[in-house]
Design a protein around this ligand. Structure first.
Ligand code: SF4
Length: 353
């Protein structure tokens, strides 16, 4: 899809044009990745982070209680994922210096020794040596959002970016190492314009992506962006505002941009619209859900954005997690879809057009 077409869809409120977008994205999803919705167990292994991203509740200079899961706690979470019938565990954390190369490699090996789960890592920016060791240990996939394709906006909201590596380089390096690579961006972060959003969508097919994660920016009141958005906002006529409708449009457009990708209906969208957010995303291009399997004690500390706890409240205990899982599976059946079995890998090879 070209720039003008993307822009037209992002702007339209015409019911017929929207219906056409939903039907096309849903048809493309059915044709390219099928009716199965893959469930990935999300395990938030550490809420400790050394970075200070301006929008994130886990930024290093917030004086909050944090925790890191032990190896045995992570293994129990993996067992829970198997028990619930999930094919993947996603190990996610802030950039916690104590998650050493060796420690994470050992966790990966232990999970691989005891389960058939696919392992997705979402552990931020890492060196090639570390990424290679984790891949050798058995990691299958890696998620690293580029967050915005506007380099100036990226630097503004990531004050530590000079210390880190270029995320796009890391995506390519991981692709070369054989990871299934996932990335994506935020919608509505202060300073993001419609032009930026179009560029974000245009960037997707140019990257070696098999998974695309897109979520609304949700302001956290104890972060610089949440406290003083006026210092960062684009002019009102240009600033993107993350409404549920806009997020659904971007998910649908992402499906049309990268037809074979695995695209989750994110928790952030479920926070933005508790009633319909997730369900309509699944009917407008998405094909993955990531239920949270983090133990309650650690999950309550993973305060990346407000109301996340509420969206996941139903999953707070092991029993409630099972109840949530049952409800999710009923919701999936209610829209005529099936729960995916097996690992739910992206079964296609990315190659440059
Ligand atoms: S977005 Fe990630 S790297 Fe940035 S502060 Fe939050 S957890 Fe840390």
């Amino acid at each position: 899809m070209n720039r003008q077409q993307l822009q037209n869809f992002l702007r339209t409120t015409d019911p017929e044009a929207l219906e056409l977008l939903w039907l096309t994205a849903d048809g493309m999803r059915r044709c390219e990745v099928g009716d199965a919705i893959h469930l990935r167990g999300l395990c938030e292994i550490s809420s400790i982070c050394s970075r200070r991203c301006l929008y994130c509740g886990l930024r290093a200079d917030r004086q909050i209680k944090r925790d890191r899961m032990s190896m045995s706690e992570i293994l129990r979470a993996a067992e829970k994922a198997v028990e619930l019938g999930y094919g993947t565990i996603v190990l996610q954390a802030g950039e916690d210096p104590a998650l050493s190369r060796e420690w994470v490699a050992q966790v990966i090996e232990l999970i691989k020794d005891s389960t058939d789960l696919a392992i997705t890592l979402s552990l931020g920016e890492q060196s090639n040596e570390t990424l290679r060791e984790w891949r050798d240990a058995g990691a299958d996939r890696y998620l690293l959002r580029f967050e915005t394709s506007n380099p100036e906006l990226y630097r503004r909201i990531h004050p530590d970016s000079k210390k880190g590596r270029n995320r796009l380089d890391q995506l390519w390096a991981m692709h070369e190492m054989g990871y299934q690579v996932g990335s994506g961006f935020m919608i509505g972060v202060p300073g993001q314009t419609e032009n930026d959003l179009v560029n974000d969508l245009l960037a997707l097919p140019r990257l070696p992506l098999k998974m695309i994660g897109i979520g609304p920016y949700l302001p956290h009141p104890e972060t610089p962006l949440g406290q003083h958005p006026e210092l960062y906002l684009a002019p009102p006529e240009d600033q993107v505002v993350a409404t549920p409708l806009l997020v659904w449009k971007v998910i649908a457009l992402a499906r049309l941009q990268v037809p074979k990708a695995n695209i989750p209906a994110t928790t952030a969208l479920a926070v933005l619209d508790e009633q319909e957010g997730r369900k309509l995303a699944l009917q407008r291009g998405a094909n993955v859900v990531m239920p949270n399997i983090t133990p309650a004690a650690q999950r309550s500390l993973y305060d990346i954005y407000p109301s996340k706890g509420r969206a996941e409240a139903a999953e707070q205990t092991s029993d409630a997690m099972t109840t949530f899982d049952d409800q999710l599976k009923r919701d999936i059946a209610s829209i005529g879809r099936t729960v995916g079995t097996g690992r739910g890998d992206a079964l296609w090879s990315w190659k440059e057009n």
